[in-house]
Design a protein around this ligand. Structure first.
Ligand SMILES: [Zn+2]
Ligand SMILES: [Zn+2]
Length: 207
């Protein structure tokens, strides 16, 4: 069952890799520890510490797939720290848990023929499936305590962000915009509600 789900995750992610597999395993474990099921809507939140453009960032896709906390639904919150770590939050019961990649397993991963080839600049597409699966199985089958630093379930003070409903149509380009992103330009009788790109203002806020 878990292997079947894992393959679906790889399909979603685009390729087979150890970092997304690790995120998947970690996501499942976090849910088990909190005693919760995958989020269909926003029953759960993830604060993901993976950053941008760094090694093993694929971790975040495994976490999203396992927990149902996804970029689109808005229950995946990014706190880029360059760590393979996240906090899973159950806001209804005010509980949370943080898990992080354990450096213990790093050496084994680094010594795999997959990582040796990657370090030598071989593109992942030119590495055999067997070698890829060897590292994936390493992070999936090694004892949890070798792979992850598992925090304690603790009290959460997380307040889910308020969702602003409704779209307005930009009076310049005519494209629908979520209300929180509408900007006002002009003055007096000449006020227009417009999108950020038509407003000439700097970027909007990131949430
Ligand atoms: Zn990947
Ligand atoms: Zn516009």
């Amino acid at each position: 069952m878990e292997r079947e789900l894992l393959n679906k995750m790889f399909e979603f992610h685009g390729h087979k890799c150890w970092a997304s597999a690790l995120g998947f395993r970690t996501g499942l474990l976090a849910m088990e520890k909190l005693g919760v099921k995958r989020a269909n809507v926003k029953e759960l939140f993830v604060i993901l510490e993976t950053g941008y453009h760094h090694a093993a960032g694929c971790f975040g896709d495994g976490v999203q797939f396992a927990t149902g906390c996804t970029a689109g639904k808005g229950n995946l919150i990014r706190k880029p720290r360059g760590k393979l770590a996240f906090t899973l939050i159950d806001p209804k019961h005010w509980k949370q848990i943080r898990l992080c990649f354990n450096p213990k397993i790093r050496e084994k991963i680094a010594n795999s023929s997959f990582m040796k080839k990657r370090s030598a600049g071989v593109p992942p597409t030119e590495i055999s499936e067997e070698e890829v699966m060897e590292v994936i199985n390493l992070v999936l089958d090694s004892p949890v305590e070798d792979v992850l630093l598992v925090g304690k379930v603790g009290e959460s003070h997380f307040e889910p962000p308020h969702e602003v409903m409704g779209l307005e149509v930009c009076e310049i380009c005519g494209e629908p915009v979520a209300k929180a992103y509408v900007r006002i330009i002009g003055s007096g009788q000449n006020i227009k509600k417009v999108c950020i790109d038509c407003s000439g203002y700097e970027e909007g806020f990131e949430k």
